[in-house]
Write a protein of this length. Structure first.
Length: 125
């Protein structure tokens, strides 16, 4: 039994499985077409089951947001406070003023601690 050959086959299959998006594509196609409500719910559940948890939560919130804004005109949406664009923006670290303040505090702490770190490094290393 050649272990290298077996390892190559397993790596190839792993890569092929990772790139296989057939179930996800099928469920997206079903959701994009007008089908009965039971089929749509089932396809939606299959689609969400294939996603990581954070992406699943984002997709569900984005769907609710799109459903909400579909009831209003574009002129009304542009004047409203809750409208953030055609789809929800993805969350990131520097999204709020609190996060930016924490980052600046971290920089200030490191700037104050840097001479002591350098002195310790010069003395001990």
């Amino acid at each position: 039994m050649d272990l290298n050959d077996l390892e190559n086959k397993l790596n190839f299959l792993k890569k092929e499985i990772k790139e296989d998006l057939s179930i996800e594509q099928i469920s997206k196609n079903i959701l994009s077409n007008n089908v009965d409500i039971e089929t749509e719910i089932e396809a939606e559940n299959i689609y969400y089951s294939e996603l990581p948890l954070h992406e699943k939560i984002y997709q569900q919130k984005n769907k609710e947001y799109k459903k909400l804004i579909s009831n209003f005109s574009q002129a009304y949406l542009e004047l409203s406070d809750f409208y953030v664009g055609p789809s929800l923006p993805r969350e990131h670290y520097l999204q709020s003023k609190k996060d930016v303040g924490e980052l600046y505090l971290l920089f200030a702490f490191y700037a104050l601690a840097e001479p002591y770190i350098d002195a310790y490094y010069d003395k001990c290393c």
